[in-house]
Design a protein around this ligand. Structure first.
Ligand SMILES: *Cc1c(COP(=O)(O)O)cnc(C)c1O
Length: 387
C-alpha cells in the first residue's frame, strides 16, 4: 500500500522558503523583525481591522484574552463542550471554572440553550451575571467557530450585552470565514466579539508551524495584549516590569512563513470550496452518508469537512469506517471527545448536552488539505461508495 491521503497537512509552495531564508540571512530569527510587523499588518488588512497582535499560539492568544477580559478565580466562563480542548484549558490557566454548553446543527454553540441558561439558571445582580447554583460571577463566554463555520454571533452579541459578558471568539479554525448577509454583513469571524483569536498550527488553513494572532474591538486592550505577550516590559533599557508578563510573542521566522501563507489564503479557500463541492456531489449518491453544510449566511473558509454517518443505513459505524479507510490509505478521524467528559473537567457544570453527544457518535472528518487533488477526492469517494 503506497497511497496515503492525510487528513490535513500544510501547503508551503508559495514564497515560504524565500521569506524564511531572507529572515535567516538577515539574522532576525527571534521575537523582533520586519516579518512580524508585516504579518500583523497584512492580517489586519485582510480582516478589515485596525490592528492585530501576533503571538506564539492560538492557546496563548486565548489565555491573554481571558486575562484581559478580567477573568479570575472568582469567575466562571461559558464554553462549548464540542471543541478542541485548547479553547477551554485557558479558563483553568486563570483559575476560573468553565460551564459547558451544547452545540446546534452547525456544531457551534446552541444559542437557545445559552439564553435559557442565563435566563433561568442565573440572575443579574449589580449588572453582574450570577450563577444561582454557585453564586459565582460569570464574566465571559468563549465561542468557537467550529471547522470554519461561524457561531450565531448576532444572538451571542445580544445575549452578552444583556448580561454583561465579554465575548472571546475562538476563530482558530475560521480565518477567512465571513458574513455575507445580516447584521454583520462583511464582517470576518473573529472581528465581532471583544477578542478574536486565530491559530497557525500545522493543521490550520494557513500555518506558521505554530503561532497565533489576536484582534480586538478594544484598541487599548489589544495594546495591552502585546505588552503582556512581551514580558510586560515598561522600559526597554533598564528592564522595568509593571506586571507579570508572558513570553508569548511570535518569532520572525514563524512570521516569515505566515506572510507567505497569507498571500495564498484566498487560493486555499477556493481549493477547499471546490473540493467540498466535489465531495458533496459524490456523497449524494451514497446511502447513509451526508456532508455537513456550512451556514447559509456566510462565506466559510471550508476548513474541515464533516461526514455524518448513519450506521443503520451505511454498512460501517464511525470506528469501523476509520479502520477501513485507514487500510485504504485514507486518514480520517472522529470529532473531539466532549470536553465536559474529560478527566480534568468531569466535575464542571454541563448544561443539557444532547446534540454534541449525537455528533460525537456520527461525525467523521475526511481529508481536506489544500493540497488535495480532484483525483484524491474521487478516490476517497470511490472507497466510501464501494464498500
Ligand atoms: C487549533 C485550535 C486551538 C489552539 O491553537 P494552537 O495554535 O494550536 O494553540 C484552539 N481552539 C481550537 C478550536 C483549535 O482548533
Amino acid at each position: 500500500m503506497n497511497k496515503f491521503i492525510p487528513l490535513s497537512v500544510p501547503n508551503l509552495k508559495g514564497n515560504e522558503l524565500k521569506y524564511v531564508v531572507d529572515a535567516v540571512e538577515k539574522e532576525w530569527v527571534s521575537t523582533g523583525g520586519s516579518y512580524i510587523n508585516d504579518f500583523e499588518k497584512n492580517i489586519s488588512k485582510y480582516l478589515n481591522v485596525d490592528e492585530a497582535v501576533a503571538c506564539q499560539s492560538g492557546t496563548a492568544g486565548l489565555h491573554l484574552a481571558l486575562i484581559l477580559s478580567g477573568v479570575t478565580s472568582e469567575n466562571e466562563v461559558i464554553v462549548p463542550t464540542l471543541t478542541f480542548i485548547a479553547a477551554v484549558n485557558p479558563v483553568k490557566y486563570v483559575g476560573a471554572d468553565p460551564i459547558f454548553m451544547d452545540c446546534d446543527d452547525t456544531l457551534t454553540m446552541d444559542v437557545e440553550k445559552l439564553k435559557e441558561f442565563c435566563d433561568v439558571e442565573c440572575e443579574l445582580v449589580d449588572d453582574k451575571l450570577i450563577n444561582k447554583t454557585t453564586g459565582k460571577h460569570i464574566k465571559a463566554i468563549i465561542v468557537v467557530h467550529v471547522f470554519g463555520n461561524i457561531a450565531n454571533m448576532e444572538e451571542i452579541m445580544t445575549i452578552s450585552k444583556e448580561y454583561n459578558l465579554m465575548v472571546i471568539e475562538d476563530a482558530t479554525e475560521a480565518l477567512g470565514t465571513k458574513y455575507i448577509s445580516g447584521k454583520y454583513d462583511g464582517k470576518y469571524a473573529g472581528t465581532i466579539g471583544d477578542f478574536g483569536v486565530y491559530s497557525f498550527n500545522g493543521n490550520k488553513i494557513i500555518t506558521t508551524g505554530g503561532g497565533g494572532m489576536m484582534v480586538s474591538t478594544n484598541p487599548e486592550l489589544l495594546k495591552k495584549a502585546k505588552y503582556l505577550s512581551t514580558q510586560a516590559k515598561d522600559d526597554e533599557l533598564y528592564y522595568i516590569h509593571g506586571e507579570i508578563g508572558y513570553n508569548y510573542r511570535m518569532t520572525n521566522l514563524q512570521a516569515a512563513l505566515g506572510v507567505a501563507q497569507l498571500e495564498q489564503l484566498d487560493k486555499f479557500i477556493k481549493i477547499k470550496k471546490d473540493n467540498y463541492n466535489l465531495y458533496k456531489k459524490g456523497i449524494q449518491n451514497i446511502d447513509g452518508i451526508n456532508i455537513l453544510d456550512f451556514n447559509g449566511d456566510i462565506n466559510p473558509n471550508y476548513w474541515f469537512y464533516s461526514l455524518i454517518i448513519d450506521s443503520e443505513i451505511y454498512p460501517l459505524n464511525i470506528d469501523e469506517a476509520i479502520k477501513y479507510l485507514q487500510s485504504k490509505g485514507i486518514q480520517t478521524r472522529p470529532i473531539w471527545n466532549l470536553i465536559h467528559n474529560q478527566i480534568p473537567y468531569k466535575n464542571s457544570r454541563a448544561y443539557k448536552i444532547e446534540k454534541a453527544q449525537y455528533y460525537l457518535n456520527h461525525i467523521l472528518n475526511i481529508p481536506c488539505s489544500s493540497n488535495l487533488t480532484t483525483e484524491d477526492v474521487n478516490y476517497v469517494l470511490s472507497i466510501l461508495k464501494n464498500i
